[in-house]
Design a protein around this ligand. Structure first.
Ligand code: KG4
Ligand code: ZN
Length: 393
């Protein structure tokens, strides 16, 4: 049995192989990562096509798909890494946040594996995983570690959070990461806004890649969207780094209504339903868009990225951070990367993004986040369960 807080770090390091398992939403993923820095494999079975029929993730269907995929995905991750179960030092699994039924599939399977193999189980917060995707890739490139504290913007379909990340080391050199949530969305996540706006404009699912691809064809200053003032959570505070994305979705809807765009939206929706495999980058997809809609798309993206940028850099200045990490599905947005990189360079602040493959949900990030916990023998209890609302910091 593995208990938290035991000693013997050197013996424990072994070959440093951790199998990560992720099933919090609509991707069944498994990966083998060595010493928190190098992914030997990274397998993701996406359910995107299944949920696209419904315009969003259907929890019951997601759980069933995870159950179907989990064994082959884990097998594939081991096979691509060319390792066996016996070679592993530990198994890490996402414990939350996410869909309860989806999380339970990964957790139950990881528990069964660790029980059968007599290996330690490590519980990882999905949001911490997104942050460690970036740190893992930087380590793999043998870059000097980013100085701390870091500000991490985790921006995806389910989350929009700003965290101050630090780590402490005990005399044995074991590190523990700590996080302080300094800002978050008070309503929709940024990715949710991309998905909902794409849906109401008759575009495909998920909406982020559609809007990202089409926005350069429109004028980002055509429709000036404004973000209202958000009340600080602490009544005595004068500033907040919180965000809100439900207002802009309503503003886009209202714009389509006042500009009589209904018929063209429905025509596009039907055309796409008849050809669901159409890629946003194809000329056929672009042909479904009129200049007015392209301007609206460009203006929406410009405003959302601007809002994320303003709040992130305000928090970065206020907390005197030494580096910035942006992660999660929306971090693959090209305008976001361009504008965040330019602003960070202007301020002399090192900024890092994950590769596109590690921006969206994956299990390499779970295995990477588990590495410091493995070294600190911070193992999950036998009664580990799913925590759909699990918080970080
Ligand atoms: O991290 P992720 O795979 O899953 C969650 O944990 O939510 O993020 C998925 C989200 C979706 O809302 C999707 O529309 C958005 O990330 N997304 C993007 C882009 N690619 C994915 N949003 C904007 N631009 C993109 N290129
Ligand atoms: Zn995610």
């Amino acid at each position: 049995m593995y208990e938290s807080g035991s000693t013997g770090q050197d013996q424990r390091q072994g070959s440093g192989l951790i199998l990560g398992i992720e099933s919090s939403c609509d991707e069944t993923a498994a990966a083998v990562v060595r010493s928190g820095s190098h992914a030997l494999s990274n397998v993701v079975a996406s359910q995107m096509a299944l949920h696209a029929n419904y315009g969003g993730v259907v929890p019951e269907l997601a759980s069933r798909e995870h159950l179907r995929n989990i064994v082959p995905v884990v097998r594939e991750a081991l096979s691509r890494a060319n390792v066996s179960f016996a070679d592993l030092d530990a198994i890490a699994v996402t414990a939350g946040p996410g869909l309860a039924g989806a999380l339970l599939v990964g957790i139950t399977y990881a528990k069964a594996l660790t029980f059968g193999l007599d290996k330690p189980l490590i519980a990882v917060n999905h949001l911490e995983g997104h942050i460690h995707a970036v740190l893992m890739e930087a380590r793999d490139r043998a870059e000097a570690p980013m100085e701390l504290p870091l500000l991490a913007l985790v921006v995806s379909g389910g989350h929009t959070h700003l965290y101050l990340a630090r780590h402490s080391e005990d005399p044995q050199g074991r590190e523990a990461w700590t996080y302080q949530n300094v800002g978050r969305t008070v309503d929709d996540a940024a990715g949710e806004a991309f998905d909902k706006v794409a849906k109401l404009l008759g575009l495909g699912y998920p909406g982020g890649p559609w809007i990202d691809t089409l926005a350069p064809h429109g004028n980002p200053r055509a429709v000036p969207f404004h973000f209202g003032q958000i009340k600080p959570r602490i009544p005595s505070a004068t500033t907040t780094y919180d965000l809100s994305f439900s207002g802009i979705k309503t503003a886009v809807l209202r714009y389509t209504q006042t500009h009589a765009m209904h018929d063209s939206i429905e025509a596009r929706r039907h055309a796409l339903a008849a050809n669901p495999a159409l890629k946003p980058s194809s000329p056929e997809a672009l042909a479904l868009l009129d200049p007015q809609t392209l301007d609206l798309i460009a203006s929406f993206q410009y405003a959302v990225v601007g809002n994320l940028l303003r709040q992130t850099f305000a928090a970065a200045a206020a907390f005197g951070v030494r580096g910035l990490v942006v992660s999660g599905g929306v971090a693959s947005n090209s305008e976001l990367r361009r504008r965040f990189s330019a602003e960070a360079a202007r301020r002399g602040l090192p900024a890092a993004f994950p590769s596109l493959a590690l921006s969206t949900d994956n299990a390499a990030m779970i295995a990477a986040a588990a590495w410091p916990k493995f070294l600190a023998a911070d193992f999950a209890p036998e009664d580990l369960s799913a925590t759909p609302q699990l918080r970080l910091g």
